[in-house]
Design a binder for this molecule. Structure first.
Ligand code: NDP
Length: 328
């Protein structure tokens, strides 16, 4: 038996509890894992509260990220004792996830824990940090280099934004952080931002083409912020779009794309193939100083605390990342 957050649904609605689960109930998969840590992402908050139909099958164990030790494997890449990381792949939505002491997964989903981080640090990074690394890789692979000028990061104090600021700064880029929290200037500068702008400068409808400022952009906000970021991107610059914190709408014109050759690069972390996943974790290992994880901060909670934390997370009451010690 092991402990797991278990979401059930019947005609009277959704229930969620920390339950004792028999190992025989674990779903199919070729790698069984003793989970050490998981995290709470926005998506996990939606799953636990049931406020959005994230969960596609019941009963479900939420948790889109996990790190742990392989107990048993019939997959060629993994053997008992390996430390593995899982981000996404629909885990916690269609397949039992990380908010449990045990998990059974398809070995193709897994990547090795990089030497640079402890298991706990890997979860402090989580999907948010791994997505930030995918965004930076997308820009660099497009050909953006530090000598081309300033790079804008929107949603800068968020999970994705904070790690993007740190990774870009370490890679030599001049980073301008757009935030709604003027009080977090010192925090963003500690992460490596050179300057801060008020996110309100970007959040309203603007002209289709604006003064060229950014060599590149990492955007986790969407809506008019993304539209304006494209309109302010320099000739042949690139914009990596991964989020919708302001909104999923994108009421843009094609002008930046057809007159300035701006590239809009979509970034998805969930179904990303193995090669970009490994590359993203290598970038994190190389360019994210583990000491900055202390600056980004956060809270550590146990399995039973995830249920009340889910509502707080959705209400924006939690600063920094939430690491879940599933054995606490
Ligand atoms: P967080 O909630 O940690 O951060 C989002 C940040 O966006 C906030 O901290 C805030 O930054 C800013 N923000 C919030 N509301 C608004 C608003 N109305 N207008 C403008 N800015 C706003 O989320 P994450 O960083 O974890 O995720 C960011 C986005 O990326 C989310 O939409 C998430 O769903 C998406 N995502 C996508 C992934 C993918 O695979 N494509 C993977 C992971 C996340 P500030 O206060 O500094 O302005």
């Amino acid at each position: 038996m092991f402990s797991a957050v278990l979401i059930n649904k019947d005609d009277s609605g959704q229930t969620v509890e920390v339950a004792q689960v028999d190992e025989a109930q674990l779903p199919e998969g070729d790698v069984t894992i003793q989970v050490a840590y998981s995290t709470m992402n926005y998506k996990d908050g939606l799953a636990i509260t049931g406020s959005s139909p994230v969960v596609r099958k019941f009963p479900m164990v939420p948790g889109i990220d996990l790190v742990g030790t392989v107990l048993e494997s019939s997959h060629a890449d993994w053997k008992a004792g390996d430390t593995v990381v899982l981000n996404g792949w629909g885990v916690g939505e269609t397949h039992w996830g990380g908010l449990a002491q045990k998990a059974r997964l398809n070995g193709d989903y897994l990547v090795p824990l990089v030497d640079a981080f402890t298991p706990r640090q890997a979860m402090a990074i989580g999907t948010a940090g791994y997505t930030a690394a995918l965004c930076v890789d997308a820009l660099v692979n497009h050909g953006v280099t530090p000598d081309q000028g300033e790079v804008l990061v929107t949603g800068a104090t968020g999970g994705v934004g904070s790690v993007a600021v740190a990774l870009l700064a370490k890679a030599g880029f001049t980073v301008v952080a757009a935030t709604g929290k003027a009080s977090e200037e010192e925090y963003l500068k500690k992460l490596g931002a050179s300057a801060i702008i008020d996110r309100n400068e970007l959040s309203e409808k603007g002209k289709p083409l604006q003064k060229e400022r950014w060599a590149a952009v990492v955007d986790s906000v969407g809506s008019f912020t993304l539209v304006n970021a494209c309109a302010q991107t320099k000739y042949r610059g690139a914009v990596a779009a991964c989020g919708l914190a302001q909104g999923a709408d994108f009421s843009a014109t094609v002008m930046p794309f057809i007159l300035r050759g701006v590239a809009l690069l979509g970034v998805d972390s969930v179904m990303a193939p193995k090669a970009p996943r490994l590359a993203a974790w290598q970038r994190l290992a190389k360019d994210l100083d583990p000491a900055l994880l202390e600056v980004i901060g956060g809270t550590e909670i146990g399995l039973s605390e995830t249920i009340p934390a889910a509502a707080d997370l959705l209400a924006g009451k939690i600063r920094g990342r939430i690491v879940v010690d599933v054995n606490k």
